[in-house]
Design a protein around this ligand. Structure first.
Ligand SMILES: C[S@@+](CC[C@H](N)C(=O)[O-])C[C@H]1O[C@@H](n2cnc3c(N)ncnc32)[C@H](O)[C@@H]1O
Length: 234
């Protein structure tokens, strides 16, 4: 899928792989990190980048991931133990996709860990932010199809770092959140982080489609508008 195809989509929702693919073609990131690799299908879309990194404690790779380096560990361990300067050859992370453990405090921490190693113009995508209902977004997985409570990351992130630009593009099946205007010098206070997680832990998913759209700042998958909202790169 290329960006021009994405631009023509209106009647049916594109799949998030299509949007990821268009973002790779547009951003041409020199490096890419993916948290949560699974079969490697989204990692496979990144193979045009010079440095491609996947992090997953239990990947089941079934497609070609070429030169990608897959670290078989949790994202928390990866950021705590690995030498990111060496892995990314001293460059900031250009493009990241967060799709690991689907509990919002993990996703939130993944974001802050990525941001620390990024640049102002970097782009972070996060999966599953447009939740369907209480059952599929519960913290305990009871259904095959499951988003977890990743949706809670969005209001929590907006509260912790209001300068971020956060919107969820309405792609199939559960949206792709794009986060820009990063600040690599931003330091989230641990006590404030913990208090914010506690604050959002028990908030209920809005019951109406409008409420669910509002809480994740849902925007249409309108490619020209998406491009307009992305950081300009040289
Ligand atoms: C939804 S799948 C990823 C799908 C893939 N990104 C795609 O779009 O094709 C989630 C993956 O996250 C991994 N995962 C679970 N806990 C994790 C953690 N703490 N850190 C990183 N990855 C984790 C799981 O092993 C699983 O393979």
């Amino acid at each position: 899928m290329i960006a021009s195809e994405l631009a023509g989509q209106t009647a049916t929702k594109p799949h998030y792989y299509q949007l990821l693919s268009a973002l790779h073609a547009h951003l041409r990131p020199s490096n890419y990190i993916e948290i949560g690799v699974y079969k490697g299908e989204s990692l496979n879309l990144a193979l045009g980048s010079d440095v491609v990194v996947g992090v997953d404690p239990a990947p089941i790779i079934q497609v070609d991931v070429g030169k990608a380096r897959v670290f078989e560990m949790t994202s928390d361990d990866f950021f705590a133990k690995m030498d990111l300067g060496q892995i990314f050859a001293g460059r900031p992370i250009d493009f990241a996709f967060i799709d690991g453990l689907h509990l919002f405090e993990y996703t939130l921490r993944d974001f802050f860990n990525v941001q620390k190693h990024s640049a102002r113009s970097s782009v972070v995508a996060a999966h599953d932010c447009y939740a369907w209902d209480e059952v599929t977004s519960s913290r305990e997985r009871v259904t095959d199809f499951w988003t977890g409570d990743v949706w809670r990351m969005i209001p929590a992130l907006q509260q912790l770092q209001p300068g971020l630009e956060v919107r969820t593009v309405d792609v199939h099946p559960t949206g792709l959140c794009l986060i820009t205007n990063l600040d690599p010098d931003f330091n989230v206070d641990q006590a404030l982080f913990d208090a914010t997680v506690e604050q959002y832990m028990n908030t209920r998913l809005p019951s109406t489609p409008e409420g669910r759209a509002q809480v994740c700042n849902l925007v249409a998958c309108d490619w020209p508008r998406i491009v307009e909202s992305l950081p300009r790169r040289n």
